[in-house]
Ligand binder design. Structure first.
Ligand code: PA5
Length: 330
């Protein structure tokens, strides 16, 4: 698929989010209180777990854990909610956590566009939301995020949804394309390193994944303040073909500005993406995911690669068909 055709899956994010806000949550209702929430999923679906995990710092009084694996930690048991997110509904790791959660007596909920996850949810009467199909997972981010937040709401947890202003912003595709253009300028032939603070690590990971999958290049993520205790040293004496992309919150972000200044001092090319600090977190994550996603598509175009095809992921998934640790069907 050409980049131009694939891009349409990003340019309609506003309507995709709005459609998901109007989609019915099947079998709502849950316990009065959970002991914790496990968020399971991989890749373009798994990133939603990271966003909710950060939101939980502010909006949840129970712990959350992000699981990107075949099995759940031992402490996830009866009393926990396990929310599985898989665009296809067929991802082996995610389904494996669903079977395990059911066998441990957890409350299980799901978001997918169909697949086995939809089948299990309907057969067992789980709380579930079906997002629009026919797209690719990473380009369905607003649907997966809004879907997951609505399922959590239906389970009694009050996480914020995108605001009307945030939804309208997603429609400003010209502005998003201009910001994306700035990010990509001079990036061809280089390896991006996305730096963020802890609160924005989902955006940095999301950006890395987008550049991997859409532009077919390796990329790196570093998170502050941990970066200042190890990775910072790695730049002292050796320079590879890296460009640092520093995600900063507003003009007064001293921590991230320190990283940008330091990297410039040691001659690393630096780009600063100064994010609006007046947007609520969910709006900000969606908007800058759109910007960074469009940037990865621009790089795909420059490199002449097809952003919509991920042959190596298909190869890995084919391998998993014959190798599945801990896949317990209940
Ligand atoms: O964006 C992608 O295509 C991948 O990262 C997928 O999200 C990942 O392979 C998991 O698949 P799914 O989202 O269908 O569970």
């Amino acid at each position: 698929m050409s980049t131009q055709r694939f891009k349409r899956f990003y340019l309609d994010w506003r309507s995709l989010a709005e459609k998901t806000l109007a989609t019915e949550v099947e079998n709502p209702g849950g316990r009065k209180r959970y002991d914790g929430i496990a968020l399971t999923g991989m890749g373009g679906s798994g990133i939603i777990g990271d966003v909710i995990h950060v939101l939980a710092f502010e909006f949840s009084d129970v712990p959350t854990v992000v699981v990107k694996d075949f099995s759940l930690p031992k402490y996830v048991k009866d009393g926990w909610l396990v929310l599985a997110i898989s665009y296809s509904g067929n991802t082996k790791e995610t389904l494996s956590t669903v079977y395990e959660a059911l066998s441990r007596g957890c409350d299980v909920a799901g978001v997918s566009s169909g697949g086995k996850l939809a089948e299990i949810a309907r057969e067992k009467g789980l709380t579930y939301l079906q997002v629009e199909g026919g797209r690719v997972p990473r380009a369905s981010m607003p649907a997966l995020l809004v879907g997951a937040l609505r399922v959590l709401k239906a389970k009694g947890m009050d996480f914020p949804l995108p605001s009307p202003e945030g939804l309208a912003k997603l429609g400003n595709v010209g502005e998003a394309e201009a910001l994306a253009e700035n990010i990509v300028e001079g990036l061809a032939g280089r390896i991006p390193v996305f730096l963020s603070d802890v609160r924005h690590y989902p955006l940095a990971v999301r950006a890395k994944n987008e550049f991997n999958e859409n532009a077919k290049i390796p990329a790196k993520v570093e998170v502050l303040p941990e970066w200042g205790h190890n990775d910072i040293v790695g730049w002292e004496k050796w320079l590879g073909p890296f460009t640092a992309i520093v995600l900063e919150l507003g003009e007064g972000d001293k921590l991230m500005r320190f990283a940008a200044d330091y990297l410039r001092e040691v001659n690393v090319p630096v780009k600063e993406l100064v994010m609006s600090d007046s947007m609520p977190y969910v709006d900000r994550v969606l908007w800058y995911s759109l910007v960074l996603g469009l940037a990865s598509l621009k790089l795909a175009e420059i490199r002449g690669v097809d952003p919509g095809v991920t042959e190596s992921i298909s190869k890995y998934k084919a391998f998993l068909k014959s190798w599945s640790p801990a896949l317990k069907e209940s």
